[in-house]
Design a protein around this ligand. Structure first.
Ligand code: NAD
Length: 537
């Protein structure tokens, strides 16, 4: 590992996770990592203080961070979290976009997204796997297991949406991704996530037809506005096979209205945000009407969690006829404790990720998700993706995550790796999130909006010895819509870390499967019974 600047390897690893998240920023000067406003630190002063605090932090102390600003360091204990965070949590009646923005303007709050505020972001690979997973589930359910010869139409090539073209390609499909900002298109071509781009709809469709005819995959960027390009496709009588969207519709201040460039939208955001939102809502309504028409014509259409249905519904569109991807394609996995799980090599050496990939391949041959994904990721994902740390995401189940972390901790101790490995669990996981219009929509017992679960998940993580635990709520347009929690646990090779890692990751997925079992899912109840955990059924 490079020179250690902190008082212990775990503190150093967390510092590198913070730096790594910043390396992936879509707008580094503003510390904005993705999704328009998801930040890794409140402001530059808060960032400098956080870095200093991590360098001064002892192993038996805990640094407390409130919405991206460090507050203080407290005595705790050797197995207590090194860092605790609470980000953009507002009291229920005050949890509105307007109130959030007022507090943000006064420098009192920030939004952390799911992985930015707690330094878990690993670049597009994280979302690449989730998107690939969703599209694979679509292929399994509707198209006999492959998207070969199928057209996927979507929009948004930003921090997360930028994974869509490669994910569709890996699932065998032909993707046309509409994006308003030529800079974002260039960035995805440069990273290898997008094959080619055009501003001509005719050209995009001709390229798509050619590949569809040969059942070969393709990823095509189309410079344009989703609220114009999709209706233009519809006007030609085209019905795609699969339609979704990753424009930043969670916050209408960032959705570019039809007829405007991103630069013009930014100017209007500064001068008259209400007018911008009004125009953006009109456009999103047209965008969603087109998605509904395609659904009625037989396309597989789903919302990918950007709240576009709620926005369109607010101006009278019958948008909730479109299903959410979580309930349909991901929840069956959550019921088995399967979800996104990442590991990051603090050494910066891609060979460390190879070692962990080998352990996964060897130890979990029966895990169909990791089994299919890891070889693909080795082929398509550059390591590291940005100047930051090499990392991998793999969907591992309850029990598998704890086992992997313990095996890796032993490998670090033996010197098979050049440095510690940070395991982070995305907020988008079985126990980690309540979001009634997304992850927890249509729970069988009606518990969609109960946010006790992610809060309990976080408390359990802290109690069982995680290194970083964060509780986030929605900010900006997501204010009032979500509560989530994230966790990081570090394999530093120390003997004491074995028990910590095992307890943290067993509890973490354990409470996830219990949450779904409690809601009434039989598959989750079976998973809990098999887990050997004590459950008051
Ligand atoms: P981002 O802000 O980084 O990028 C959004 C992109 O959309 C930008 O490149 C922007 O230029 C483009 N855009 C804006 N309006 C457009 C329009 N009308 N037509 C075409 N392009 C337009 O955001 P992101 O990080 O990529 O996330 C996008 C959305 O997807 C967010 O709402 C995010 O929360 C959601 N998302 C949810 C999940 C999930 O549920 N797990 C996963 C991924 C993304």
């Amino acid at each position: 590992m490079r020179a250690v600047r902190c008082r212990g390897p775990r503190q150093e690893t967390l510092l590198r996770m913070l730096e790594n998240t910043l390396h992936h920023a879509e707008r580094p000067d503003d510390l904005i990592i993705y999704a328009g406003l998801a930040k890794a630190a409140r402001n530059h002063d808060a960032l400098s203080t956080t870095i200093r605090a991590l360098r001064e932090l002892d192993e038996d102390q805990t640094l407390v961070i409130q919405s991206g600003k460090p507050i203080g360091i407290f005595p705790s204990g050797p197995s207590a979290p090194l860092v605790l965070m609470a980000t953009s949590n507002l009291i229920g009646r005050w949890a509105t976009a307007e109130h959030f923005y007022e507090l943000e303007r006064r420098g009192l709050i920030m939004w952390g997204g799911y992985t930015a505020g707690d330094w878990q972001y690993i670049g597009s690979q994280g979302i690449l796997q989730g998107t690939y997973q969703t599209l694979s589930a679509v292929a399994d359910e509707h198209f006999g297991g492959s998207l070969a010869g199928r057209l996927v139409v979507t929009a948004g090539l930003g921090g997360m949406g930028g994974a869509q073209p490669l994910a569709a390609y890996m699932a065998g499909g032909v993707a046309i991704c509409v994006e308003a900002d030529p800079g974002r298109i260039a960035r995805r071509i440069e990273s290898g996530y997008l094959e080619r781009a055009t501003e001509s709809l005719n050209e995009a469709l001709a390229w798509a037809d050619e590949r569809l005819a040969g059942k070969a995959p393709a990823s095509i960027g189309l410079l344009g506005n989703a609220a114009e390009a999709l209706p233009a496709m519809r006007a030609r009588g085209l019905v795609p096979d699969v339609v979704t969207d990753q424009t930043p519709a969670h916050d209408m201040r960032y959705y570019v209205p039809a007829g405007m460039t991103p630069g013009e939208a930014a100017e209007l955001r500064a001068s008259d945000p209400d007018e911008l939102v009004r125009r953006a809502l009109d456009s999103a309504a047209e965008h969603v009407r087109c998605m509904l028409d395609w659904q009625d014509a037989g396309a597989v259409v789903f919302e990918y969690g950007n709240n576009i249905r709620a926005q369109a519904a607010s101006v009278g569109v019958d948008a909730f006829r479109i299903p959410i991807f979580m309930e349909r394609y991901i929840r069956p996995l959550f019921c088995r404790g399967l979800g996104p799980f990442r590991w990051v090599a603090a050494s910066g050496d891609p060979a460390d990720i190879d070692v962990v990939d080998d352990i996964v391949t060897r130890e979990f041959p029966d895990n169909p998700l990791a089994g299919r994904w890891v070889p693909l990721a080795r082929k398509y994902v550059r390591q590291p993706e940005a100047p930051g740390l090499p990392a991998r995401i793999g969907w591992l189940a309850h029990g598998e995550r704890a086992r992997l972390a313990v095996l890796v901790n032993e490998a670090v101790r033996r010197g098979d790796l050049r440095g510690p490995v940070a395991f982070t669990r995305d907020h988008l996981d079985a126990g980690g999130v309540s979001q009634p219009l997304r992850e927890t929509e249509n729970m069988p017992d009606g518990s969609d909006a109960i946010s006790d679960w992610p809060l309990l998940n976080a408390l359990l993580n802290a109690g069982s010895g995680a290194d970083l635990v964060a509780i986030h709520a929605g900010g900006g347009g997501y204010a009032g819509y979500m509560q989530s929690a994230g966790v990081t646990a570090i394999a530093d090779g120390a003997t004491a870390s074995t028990g910590r890692l095992s307890a943290v990751l067993t509890g973490d997925t354990g409470i996830g499967i219990m949450r779904y079992a409690d809601a009434g899912y039989d598959t989750a109840a079976d998973a809990v019974r098999r887990s050997g955990l004590r459950w008051f059924e």
